[in-house]
Ligand binder design. Structure first.
Ligand SMILES: Cc1cc2nc3c(=O)[nH]c(=O)nc-3n(C[C@H](O)[C@H](O)[C@H](O)COP(=O)(O)O)c2cc1C
Length: 167
């Protein structure tokens, strides 16, 4: 049974993030969850989305995995909206599912981003690092992938190879 999961958050299930996720998972060490195919609504103060796919997903990943690797494209200098919804919904766990939220403590987090160029801006990883800190998770690190002729750039592949060893 795998103990590490890649959580893919792109608007395109089979786009560049998917290519990066597949390269990272070349030895099939990780399970993969595609947030795009889940019905996860925005955070609402009245928790009106409590019946969507978020809570069952959290129950599953908290039970099965000790390491979460977030894979996101760069959209407008930030994580994708799909991924941001997921992070916003972690707030549900701080309100009516506190016991579940506490079980994140001690788990590990890492992040891999991608865009067309090797020009990710400083600060991109900050929300991941700070969220891990806040939730009592250990942040293992992150890397960025980019593309040449629609394929992952060779230098970026080397970086992913190093990142794979970290996680
Ligand atoms: C809505 C949107 C916003 C984007 N914003 C940026 C950006 O701010 N910086 C950047 O370098 N690339 C940006 N891109 C390009 C994507 O980061 C890049 O094409 C990425 O590899 C797409 O991954 P995907 O196929 O999984 O969506 C943007 C693309 C989209 C669709």
């Amino acid at each position: 049974m795998k103990t590490k999961v890649i959580i893919q958050g792109s608007s395109n299930s089979k786009g560049n993030t998917y290519k990066v996720v597949n390269y990272l998972n070349n030895d099939n060490k990780f399970d993969i969850i595609d947030l795009k195919v889940k019905n996860i609504g925005a955070f609402e103060y009245d928790f009106s989305n409590a019946q969507d796919d978020f809570l069952p997903l959290m129950e599953e990943i908290i039970e099965k995995y000790d390491t979460f690797i977030f894979a996101t494209p760069v959209y407008w200098y930030s994580m994708s909206g799909t991924m941001k919804h997921f992070f916003d919904r972690l707030s549900d766990l701080l309100h009516y599912k506190k016991e579940l939220g506490r079980q994140l403590r001690g788990k590990k987090m890492a992040m891999i981003s991608n865009s067309g160029e090797n020009d990710r801006k400083d600060g991109f990883s900050m929300p991941f690092i700070q969220s891990a800190n806040y939730l009592g998770m250990e942040y293992l690190g992150d890397t960025h992938a980019w593309f040449s002729d629609n394929e992952i750039d060779n230098e970026a592949k080397n970086k992913i190879d190093e990142f794979r060893k970290l996680i």
